[in-house]
Design a protein around this ligand. Structure first.
Ligand code: ZN
Length: 201
């Protein structure tokens, strides 16, 4: 499957719309277990600002590895530490199955293009919600890796979008804040209705 190439949308969770029966039962079970670790909208940690990482030790590397594992099992393309309730400025992403895993610590957007592009986005912390988000197409990001070494990333398209989506998480910003008032209202209504209906089977 080549979701990235064929899908016109960006999903933090690329397989959001694939019915679980299509997945191998073992993969589906691992995915459900991973998703159960991800904080869902309504949890105040998703609205908090994460703190800069100051120590680049084995604990940090274990944390990044744990995040990468959960992202992988959840079949996601990106994950921010805050989504697991960890208030560190730390994110991981992997855009495409063959791409290397990226671990960014204390990332900062150093430049964004004037050229912007709208695209429908989904989020592991907002299951089933999709809204149009307009973002710069090209970005330059400075960060540290998990050893504390400076890295500079120039990204475009999907990679640029994933990085911006995850940095937003570190600032307590969600896709609901980046969409039109109408789409936000519709998404909030859906979230409220779902809450009233109780947890989905
Ligand atoms: Zn997200």
């Amino acid at each position: 499957m080549t979701q990235t190439a064929e899908r016109p949308t960006f999903e933090e969770d690329q397989l959001e719309d694939v019915e679980p029966p299509e997945l191998d039962p073992e993969v589906a079970a691992r995915r459900a277990a991973a998703l159960s670790r991800v904080r869902i909208f309504g949890d105040p940690v998703l609205r908090a600002r994460a703190l800069p990482v100051e120590r680049f030790d084995d604990e940090l590397r274990a944390e990044a590895a744990r995040m990468a594992g959960i992202m992988h099992d959840a079949l996601g393309v990106g994950l921010a530490a805050t989504q697991l309730g960890v208030m560190h400025r730390l994110l991981v992403y992997r855009v495409g199955a063959d791409a290397p895993l990226a671990v960014l610590v204390n990332p900062r957007l150093e430049w964004v293009s004037d050229e912007v592009e709208p695209l429908e986005e989904g989020c592991l912390s907002l299951p089933g919600i999709h809204v149009d988000v307009e973002r710069p197409v090209h970005v330059r990001v400075g960060a540290l890796d998990d050893l504390g070494e400076e890295v500079l990333i120039e990204a475009s398209g999907l990679e640029a979008r994933v990085i911006q989506h995850e940095i937003d998480h570190l600032d307590g910003v969600l896709i609901l804040d980046r969409t039109s008032r109408e789409e936000r209202k519709a998404a909030m209504r859906e979230l409220r209705e779902r809450e009233e209906a109780g947890p989905a089977g």
